[in-house]
Design a protein. Sequence first.
Length: 366
Amino acid sequence: MSKTKVLMAMSGGIDSSVSAILLLEQGYELIGVTFRAYDVPLTACNEKETGCCNFNTLIEAKQMAESLGFEHYILDIREEFKNTIIADFKNEYLNGRTPNPCVLCNATVKWGYLLDMAKNLGCEKIATGHYARIGYDNNRYYLKKGIDYKKDQSYFLWKLSQDSLAQTIFPLGNLTKKEVREIAYQKGFEKLSKKSESQEICFIPDNDYRKFLRENIDNYETENPPGHFLDSQGNVVGQHRGLPNYTIGQRKGLGISFGKRKYVYAINPHNNTITLGDRKDLLSTNIYIKDFVLHKYASIPANFEALIRIRYLDAGTTAEVEQCDSYIKGTFHTPVAAVTPGQSGVIYEGEDLIAGGIIIHPPASN
């Protein structure tokens, strides 16, 4: 009986490496692939477990595949990554929104290339090292949280389609990070088991997104003109340095002093203004989510109560959830601070992902 062939996405880090080890032990035949998505300085990722594609990462992934005895490819996707992920990242900030590039990259770039390559190589499945699980009920695939809630990455994967989920394996979904490190150590990869983790965006390893935008937006000063700071009554109280330098909830680095804490609670790209207020001004009772992808249910049930996460490290807040024609509306049981347009709003029922989408300003009729 022939083995099921799986295309394994390899980052050179511990998660994808242990995923490969586990799949081989389970009897799968593997082919590895590593994306060359963006060239970052070699020193930026030394001794860190990251998904960024510097030269060392590519070599480490290939060496791991060779040590485990399976074929490995390096796929250069830099042009696509630049034109899709980085272009969107810059455009979102220029328009006063705060993007999550990992969400877009997973669905539109990584899974797109993985599924195409798997088909060309005769692989039945693809696999990645994400901490998430996949459920199946009522003829629908859906994401479930990884059992290690501190590492759960389902939040970043809401954009995956039914077809993508049907062809995906997450070997680490039922493991904790500690267990993954122990497996790596036991298999003889001691150095790999001790790599520190990185939470930065892969193409911004120094975590300075403002510097990245300055260096990568053509005609930055022209595209990013200064404008007015407003107070909650609409009065001009100062001058900001350009919309990309600010995000909802920010209180540090405003370049203006009021004698008490002030927060960014509104960014208006149409008139190039930023509104500052007190912490209470950050609170929202409603959230609106567009471009949503439904997971567990073909449509959200009536009178549905669920947990909504508005950022990766957010534990979530209970809300009444209503599916409208072009957006999902959530009404929080308790007000939530810094609901940020451009970020992802992801809806859960227990461990099951119900839907996800992009947070927007309230529609005009609301």
